[in-house]
Ligand binder design. Structure first.
Ligand code: HEM
Length: 209
């Protein structure tokens, strides 16, 4: 889970960076260039297969771990104070991960399927697929905007536990560095989720168009 998790953490940095190009507010032209590069470069296309395999493996490992944990203690403790040594989100990784899985199914069917299979209806001034226009149309729907923003809360808490936990699982922990890893993890989780959540909100409120 540590390796697939770290791989997904790296993917999110690239995904967030390319998507952030929409904040240049140039009608999505620069973002579409980035998306075009990601969609046509064969190294990126090949890593997409690893990405999907990693996602499925990570979700499978997480669900199996959650069920194994439940099966290991079919009779619950009479008294259990989880709060004494762990945060609620650390004990809810299965639930947060499942919410993210639902998010990803909706998300991939909205964007990736259109971009790779069913087609993007319009082209921009450079003749690139206008993925930005698809984003603008998608985020006119307030229910979808709310769904995206709420899903980013799940993402933030999932990453908050997952980041430091990945290092621990791989044995990359040391008293000297644990504080730094935890600190970077907190910044990473909050920043990535905030930037992602800002995208549907900025489009819906027409701050970028
Ligand atoms: C909320 C802001 C987000 C927006 C606006 C957004 C937008 C997009 C777009 C436009 C694509 C299609 C890219 C292409 O086909 O070239 C895409 C693909 C994808 N997104 Fe997102 N995304 C967001 C957040 C996320 C998050 C939080 C995750 C993961 C937890 C995620 C995972 C993926 C995956 C796995 C793909 C397909 C793989 C790929 O195209 O490389 N996205 N996203």
């Amino acid at each position: 889970m540590g390796i697939t998790g770290l791989f997904l953490i790296l993917f999110l940095i690239v995904h967030c960076f390319i998507n952030s190009l929409i904040f240049l507010n140039d009608g999505g032209v620069t973002f579409n260039i980035g998306a075009h590069f990601m969609g046509t470069n064969w190294i990126i296309r090949a890593s997409e297969i690893i990405l999907f395999a990693g996602l499925i493996l990570h979700a499978y490992q997480g669900l199996r771990l959650t069920f194994q944990n439940q099966a290991a203690r079919p009779v619950k403790y009479a008294y259990h104070d989880g709060q004494s040594n762990s945060k609620w989100y650390s004990r809810s990784m299965g639930l947060l991960g499942t919410l993210l899985l639902i998010f990803l199914i909706v998300h991939i069917s909205k964007f990736w399927v259109a971009s790779r299979f069913t087609g993007i209806p319009t082209e921009d001034v450079n003749g690139n697929h206008d993925l930005f226009a698809l984003m603008v149309v998608t985020f006119q729907n307030p229910i979808l905007v709310a769904f995206y923003v709420l899903s980013m809360f799940s993402l933030a808490y999932h990453l908050l536990h997952g980041f430091k936990s990945a290092f621990q699982t791989l044995g990359w922990n040391h008293k000297k560095y644990n504080g730094i890893i935890k600190g970077i993890g907190v910044w990473y989780s909050i920043l990535i989720s905030l930037i992602f959540a800002a995208m549907p909100l900025a489009i819906y409120f027409r701050l970028i168009h």
